[in-house]
Design a protein around this ligand. Structure first.
Ligand code: KG4
Ligand code: ZN
Length: 333
């Protein structure tokens, strides 16, 4: 029998719901983004985010059901992101999921947001194992080996800032709007790699680090301002993007060499970046690795990926009870 999962995602600044059939087919997807509001503040304001989720959630639910021509009664389960993310934002989604599960007697499935990002790839092509998963989002930078569904082994993660966070902070310091990633990418297209910036961690480990690169950009901007020099913003954006992405490529290449794994999936908001896609394609081709990156809609936060990640749990009947709580910092492994 087909399984229809109603999935809810509200971990940051997107209120999203989706109906996903058998973990792979998106029947409907609704996303209410708060970007325009947070833009004014240069970043996500948690209190505003949770209030906006509360305002949006019923509308998003109606929209999602309407688009699918389905009712909650038709659902096999309700899935929700419970971690990691902003506590107040996560709470809105989790409470909504609990209420729906209780009212309509549906099983409740708790999904980790990062696992959701990885399974976004399953919406494009059925995941095959073993695979390497590179998570590059606003809050996380991790390289993971998966031997099967929900079998995660972490090779490495960032020791400080996430790569998306670095994009956001660098964008802010050169006066670009939030979210920084798309702004930097757009400007970088007009620039050349002329600024000399330090490589993050140029060693043979799987550790990532982005605070040094971020500080280097901030210092450079301050120094140039003090000297009364004009900053070539497009060149700086391009120089930063190159160094940030090349670091990811280096770690991925190391994993290709050490593990011999021939599949790579890239997940999270930063994988929307065109330069990243090109570089990952290049290195994957070089090592005969099959590369999978979701379409942009499934790269950034959305509930369809949560529905995809909920499906293996649904099959194994790994359900949560109503004591399910949010967690701002749950690990994937
Ligand atoms: O996965 P996501 O939507 O939310 C989190 O789980 O964090 O990722 C958001 C991050 C932000 O840091 C944003 O600047 C970055 O992804 N991002 C990009 C691009 N689009 C979004 N970074 C680089 N290039 C992009 N095109
Ligand atoms: Zn995300």
């Amino acid at each position: 029998m087909d399984a229809y999962i109603l999935a809810i995602e509200s971990s940051c600044d997107e209120t999203s719901m989706a109906i996903v059939k058998n973990g792979r087919e998106v029947v409907s997807l609704s996303i209410a983004t708060q970007i325009d509001i947070h833009k004014k503040y240069g970043g996500v304001v948690p209190e505003i985010a949770s209030r906006m989720h509360t305002e949006a959630i019923t509308y998003v639910l109606e929209d999602c059901l309407e688009k699918a021509h389905m009712k909650i009664e038709d659902m096999s389960a309700i899935a929700v992101t419970y971690a990691p993310g902003l506590t107040g934002s996560l709470m809105v989604g989790v409470e909504a999921a609990k209420i729906l599960a209780f009212m309509y007697h549906k099983p409740l499935i708790a999904v980790n947001h990062l696992v959701g990002h990885i399974y976004a790839n399953n919406l494009e092509e059925k995941l095959e194992y073993p695979l390497l998963a590179l998570i590059v989002s606003g809050g996380h930078t991790e390289l993971i080996v998966m031997e099967g569904d929900y079998q995660f082994k972490r090779l490495g993660e960032t020791m400080d800032d996430a790569v998306g966070e670095a994009f956001d902070k660098v964008a802010r310091v050169i006066g670009l709007s939030y979210p920084g990633g798309p702004s930097i990418e757009k400007l970088a297209k007009e620039g050349k790699h002329t600024y000399l910036l330090p490589n993050p961690v140029n060693d043979n480990t799987y550790h990532f680090s982005y605070s040094g690169l971020k500080s280097a950009v901030i210092n450079l901007v301050h120094n140039e301002k003090q000297r009364g020099n004009e900053i070539r913003k497009a060149d700086l954006a391009k120089s930063f993007q190159d160094v940030a992405v090349d670091e990811l490529v280096r770690k991925v290449e190391l994993a290709f060499k050490n593990t011999g794994i021939k599949r790579l999936v890239v997940a999270g908001g930063v994988s929307a970046n065109q330069y990243l896609k090109e570089q990952m394609k290049k290195v994957s081709d070089q090592y005969g690795v099959k590369l999978l990156i979701p379409r942009i809609l499934y790269c950034t936060d959305n509930a369809a990926m949560i529905g995809a990640a909920a499906y293996p749990k649904y099959l194994k009947q790994e359900f949560s009870d109503y004591s399910l709580n949010v967690s701002s910092s749950a690990d994937i492994v």
